[in-house]
Design a protein around this ligand. Structure first.
Ligand code: COA
Length: 289
């Protein structure tokens, strides 16, 4: 993918995700084509992504993205233009992507559970569902009554090392560049007890909603405070996040804030995987949806 492709790739992201959702009776994922275009722009201009494009007669037919983070790689988005679906372009993109991922211990991605096409595609490449996620949204204004949390502060570039040191042994991945990106273009909130870091939440305001995630926290209480703080800071904006369905108390807290379920997702992994000991939420990097 090059600079010249970003607008068209953004349109394909917008068209394909919305067509996929409509086909299964779900609300459109992106309200405006600009959301797809800014997503494409951020994928291209950010970090070490492998961004592959499939072309048919000089037209962009599909894209896929690999985001290596240490031994672990995030995959996605994998998207084929609706005019070209069903011709094995998705399969060819996945083959090309896996060739570039040979030295990674494991790959993970997020799959919308309502979509049998993407489930079959990923399953056929040995991605196994390991956990259910809830894709949650909060309408702008719903966080109006929420107060910022006193244990939470905003990360500045100079604190980046401390948060990276907290994150990498727990997430088992190297997300330093992600954190730097989120600090630059969004906000990273940190939960501290005394001076001890007990969690963080990265937030990325887009042209549509604010993406809340990745998050990593010691427990549901810390995670709840981080979400409360972010929802209060971005109270005029629509927000979106993906959390583990098993984290029942956190989900209840978020629903108390006004979050609603958009859809169920599968976390799918190829290679080594062990359930994490911490609370996690997922944003658009490194696992694009
Ligand atoms: C998912 C997607 C990328 C598949 O692309 P594609 O080029 O149409 O897929 P392929 O033609 O290579 O098919 C791959 C496999 O998917 C499965 N598949 C494709 N369409 C299917 C459908 N409608 N129902 C069930 N399985 C389907 C089949 O198992 C197929 O393998 P087979 O040909 O050996 O039977 C495409 O449908 C898409 O862009 N969807 C919208 C965006 C999205 O949801 N992306 C995934 C999340 S990141």
């Amino acid at each position: 993918m090059t600079n010249a492709d970003t607008d068209r790739v953004g349109e394909i992201l917008y068209e394909s995700f919305n067509a996929g959702a409509a086909k299964h009776g779900y609300a459109r994922k992106m309200q405006r084509v600009e959301t797809g275009k800014s997503w494409a722009w951020s994928m291209l201009h950010y970090g070490s992504n492998e961004l592959l494009i499939a072309e048919v007669e000089n037209r962009i037919a599909g894209i896929c993205c690999l985001n290596p983070r240490g031994d672990l790689g995030g995959v996605g988005p994998v998207v084929v233009n609706p005019d070209f679906q069903g011709y094995r372009i998705g399969s060819q993109l996945m083959e090309a992507l896996l060739n570039r991922a040979e030295n990674l211990q494991s790959l993970r991605l997020i799959q919308e559970a309502f979509n049998p096409a993407s489930f079959s595609l990923f399953y056929s490449f040995n991605f196994m569902p390991v956990a259910n996620l809830l894709d949650l949204f909060l309408d702008g204004g719903a966080g109006q009554r929420l107060e910022p949390c006193s244990d939470v502060t905003e990360l500045t570039a100079k604190d980046l090392d401390a948060v990276h040191t907290y994150d990498s042994p727990r997430s088992k991945s190297d997300r330093r560049k992600d954190l730097a990106y989120y600090v630059r273009w969004g906000k990273v909130f940190v939960y501290r007890d005394q001076s001890q870091i007990r969690g963080f939440l990265a937030c990325l305001p887009g042209s549509g909603s604010v993406q809340l995630g990745p998050l990593l926290a010691e427990g549901e209480e810390e995670a709840g405070c981080l979400f409360q703080h972010a929802s209060a800071v971005f109270k005029e904006r629509d927000c979106q996040t993906r959390v583990m369905a098993r984290d029942y108390l956190l989900v209840k807290t978020l629903m108390g804030f006004g979050f609603k379920v958009y859809c169920l997702d599968n976390l799918m992994v190829r290679g080594a995987w062990r359930p994490g000991q911490h609370i996690e939420a997922f944003g658009i990097f490194p696992e694009g949806v």
